[in-house]
Design a protein around this ligand. Structure first.
Ligand SMILES: Nc1nc2c(c(=O)[nH]1)N=C([C@H](O)[C@H](O)COP(=O)(O)OP(=O)(O)OP(=O)(O)O)CN2
Length: 281
């Protein structure tokens, strides 16, 4: 018998990609199980399926940096403070990240794709279900978005939860209204500007930064985090990168270019949530 659960949960994370660099991403998770019927006449109680998988996905993938451990572009070191990673991008540039172990997911694959992460997750979940479940399948899909969207990575050092991790991210739609009218042109501008971007807070910038490479570091509840990233993969902002403050930043930036226009921004963080901000200069 075959059982399925669509849209189990969504996971927000970043990953290292040879071509794109540091990519913020959001996937929806779907599950399917094969097995015989148990004494309740079920392959497995939906309550058990959803609780088990949501707990594992929230704990092991959500808000982590996914690192493909079989990639030739990776160098990985473990030290008493946690993990240090160096990643070579196709352009020849390098991204270096360090932080506590819990900020990373080490995916045994050559690259991070929806299929490789699903296959690795299924291996990790091998003993999570009763023996009556013969096979588990996971799949990850992207939210269908017909309008512009961007992928960003960031870290919120003041967040008491896992958003404090320096390199986690989202795939998010953006809606921009000028004098009440939706502007596809401005939405496309921001989707291009923030494609695979790191949004860094200026106060986290370190003195060793130069024109080529920006270095960020901070101490948060889970430990010390550092990131060195090519400057052309990064946009610096003077605020924390909560979605409230990013929506305001976008609205004010547009408003400065379009004085006298009422600018309203509806910025999403991942799927189905975000913030609205307005500006007029
Ligand atoms: N009001 C705000 N709350 C939160 C913000 C924010 O900008 N404004 N940001 C975060 C983090 O950036 C986090 O990455 C958001 O991820 P998400 O998975 O959506 O957050 P949750 O863990 O709360 O939700 P789950 O659906 O349970 O994963 C957090 N909060």
């Amino acid at each position: 018998m075959h059982l399925f659960v669509d849209n189990l949960t969504n996971v927000d994370f970043s990953y290292l990609d040879y071509r794109r660099g540091l990519v913020g991403e959001t996937w929806l998770a779907n599950a399917a199980l094969d097995g015989a019927l148990d004494s309740q006449g079920m392959v497995c109680d939906f309550g058990v399926v959803k609780k088990t998988l949501r707990h594992w996905l929230d704990d092991q993938l959500d808000h982590r940096l996914l690192v493909p451990t079989r990639s030739p572009h990776l160098k990985l070191e473990r030290n008493p403070q946690g993990v240090g990673i160096t990643w070579q991008v196709q352009s020849g540039e390098v991204i270096a990240v360090s932080g506590p172990e819990q900020a990373f997911a080490f995916v045994e694959a050559e690259s991070v794709t929806a299929d490789s992460v699903a296959a690795w997750s299924v291996q990790q979940l091998a003993s999570a279900f009763p023996t009556s479940v013969e096979q588990l399948q996971l799949s990850f899909t992207c939210e269908e978005i017909a309008s512009p969207y961007y992928h960003y990575s960031h870290g919120l050092k003041k967040h008491e939860g896992n958003c404090q991790r320096i390199a986690h991210g989202h795939r998010s739609r953006i809606q921009i209204f000028l004098d009440g009218e939706r502007s596809g042109e401005w939405e496309s501008n921001w989707a291009d500007r923030w494609r695979d971007i790191y949004l860094g807070t200026r106060e986290d910038l370190q003195v060793e930064s130069d024109e080529q490479t920006l270095h960020f570091a901070y101490q948060a509840q889970q430990g010390r985090f550092t990131l060195a990233i090519p400057a052309n993969h990064c946009e610096l902002v003077d605020c924390d990168t909560t979605v409230e403050q990013l929506a305001q930043y976008i609205a004010e930036t547009i408003s400065a270019e379009r004085p006298g226009t009422e600018v309203r921004v509806r910025a999403y963080e991942g799927i189905g949530k975000g913030a609205v901000a307005s500006a007029k200069s």
